[in-house]
Design a protein around this ligand. Structure first.
Ligand code: PLP
Length: 440
């Protein structure tokens, strides 16, 4: 391998560092749907980076906008001062959000968005005179980033065991995956959604007083834990239960936002409008770190109406909230979405994507295939005594064969840029198929 940097000093996140450093996989460039590795190999991007490069790599419009912004205003204090692009980016994002979610708080990442949303929910109940609504409910296998609030409501044991549970006063509902009943379902599972959602009401009425629950946070489609889909009717029923008990519903759309399911947000796909939406990743097409939390106008208004005049209504924010360069990247990204209608493009490709993904059924190791929009999860049978080894070996084999896939545990997750072409979709899945066959 050419020009390998000194690998000693960088501690890679969510990575087996020793393994990685024994076999580094480094990229030097990216354009369109492809990466170039440092040894000049082209790699088809089956993962849109980390679900974030929705509009494809190396977008000139974003590069120009970011470069101009850096030369014009590199930074403005985020507290007590601001700059016009912050307001413009908020307005444009509000227009892209489902109707009603038009007050925007900017953050630097998906994790910060999750914790911001939780804090807004808790503070909202205090500011409206309900301080006893101070419990949060998440879901098993949920991923809401890595900050303490996020790991508390998240439902991934591995993300907590080294740190503790993060927050007190948190409960979880069951995840929605039922391979026994729904293996190889194309799109959403048809059955069981209402009963699963009803378990939320059962839990809060039998184990808590529902009047103590501040918010329920869920990913409309669980991505990071391995593409877990909500059965038909499930999210709508959760919305009804939240309404009945005065609980705020938060959708974490860090993965599902910006066209991934063939609509702007998953909220649009499911026809269910939460009170708060978190997003990040594709908001800037992955080019500059940025996240956002969109809240219903009533929530923002409650803070304005009930806080002491002249005082800070929400004591929360980041040095890099609405960073000018991130705002420039977000505006350029929203322009690309507006002109290229990437959501519609994803919707148009989703049937082909589904067919090709499910063509892997019957291959060695394949235990389940799940899909929605331009997302697929391929769950593999674990090698006895070696959890995760089958997916890791498949990932490495695909990498060798020129296709980047992602794995979590023994699940492969495919989420290409929305600019992907049909023949490239075919190549992603045929490469996975070949890898699985070779490994058998
Ligand atoms: N929420 C969800 C649903 C995610 O999928 C992720 C990241 O994958 C996050 C939050 C955390 O985002 P970040 O890594 O930008 O902090």
């Amino acid at each position: 391998m050419s020009d390998l940097p000194n690998l000693d000093h960088y501690w890679l996140p969510f990575t087996a560092n020793r393994q990685f450093k024994s076999m580094p996989r480094l990229f030097q460039a990216a354009k369109g749907n492809y990466y170039t590795t440092i040894d000049d190999r082209r790699l088809l991007d089956g993962t849109a980076g980390l679900w974030c490069v929705a509009a494809g790599h190396g977008r000139e419009e974003i590069a120009v906008s970011v470069a101009n912004q850096l030369r014009t205003l590199d930074y403005a204090p985020a507290f007590q001062n601001s700059h016009p692009l912050a307001f413009e980016a908020a307005e444009r994002l509000a227009q892209y959000m489902p109707p009603g979610l038009d007050r925007i708080f900017f953050t630097g990442s998906g994790s910060e968005s999750a914790d911001t949303a939780l804090k807004i929910a808790l503070a909202y109940h205090r500011v409206t005179g309900n301080p006893l609504r101070n419990k949060l409910v998440g879901r098993e296998r949920g991923y809401h980033g890595v900050n303490f609030g996020g790991i508390a409501v998240g439902g991934i044991a591995g993300n907590r065991k080294a740190f503790g549970n993060g927050l007190a006063g948190v409960d979880h509902i069951r995840h929605t995956l039922d391979i026994g009943r729904n293996a190889f379902t194309r799109g959403l599972p048809q059955d069981g959604g209402i009963a699963l959602a009803n378990e939320f009401e059962q839990r809060i009425t039998t184990l808590h007083d529902p009047a103590t629950i501040a918010a329920l946070i869920v990913e409309p489609m669980q991505g990071s834990a391995g593409v877990l889909l909500p059965p038909v009717g499930y999210l709508k029923r959760l919305r009804e239960i939240c309404d009945k008990h005065g609980i705020l519903l938060i959708f974490d759309e860090v993965i599902t936002g910006f066209g991934r399911l063939g609509t702007k947000f998953a909220s649009d796909y499911f026809g269910v409008v939460p009170d708060i939406i978190t997003c990040a990743k594709a908001l800037t097409n992955g080019a500059v770190p940025m996240g956002a939390v969109a809240v219903k106008r009533d929530i923002y208004d409650a803070f304005m109406a009930n806080s002491p005049a002249g005082g800070i209504e929400l004591p929360h924010g980041y040095t890099y909230s609405a960073h000018p360069v991130a705002c420039a990247a977000a505006l350029a990204t929203l322009d690309i979405f507006a002109t290229e209608k990437l959501e519609d493009r994803a919707a148009g490709l989703s049937t082909h994507f589904e067919q090709v993904a499910h063509s892997l059924k019957g291959l060695p190791f394949v235990k389940d295939i799940r899909n929605l929009g331009l997302v697929a999860g391929i769950e593999l049978e674990s090698i006895p005594g070696k959890p995760g080894a089958a997916a890791f070996a498949t990932y490495l084999k695909c990498y060798e064969m020129g296709v980047l896939v992602r794995y979590t545990g023994d699940i492969l997750a495919i989420s290409p840029p929305l600019t992907i072409e049909k023949d490239e979709i075919d190549r992603i899945f045929s490469t996975i198929g070949e890898a699985l066959t070779t490994l058998a």
